[in-house]
Ligand binder design. Sequence first.
Ligand SMILES: [Zn+2]
Length: 88
Amino acid sequence: MTERWVIHLPVTAPDLLRARIFARTAARVLARLSTRVEPGGVTVSAEDQQGVRHWVFCDQRLPGDARCALPVDHTAPCSRRPPGLRRP
Ligand SMILES: [Zn+2]
């Protein structure tokens, strides 16, 4: 049996845009609490089509083994952190 378990936490939103926004916010908050959270793997789906997943973060590889933390549909260059967020 695997050593890793994945938490599936159903949260509803009225449309894809708001589902992505809520999922990004929740992932960023949870990632501050634990390094076990993998924001780049977050997806959302329609309730009646849960097999069709929509990515939430860009998650492109960046130099230095980092990942892009911007939304999947961003138009600015990839970045390690969203605009407006400062280091703690
Ligand atoms: Zn990107």
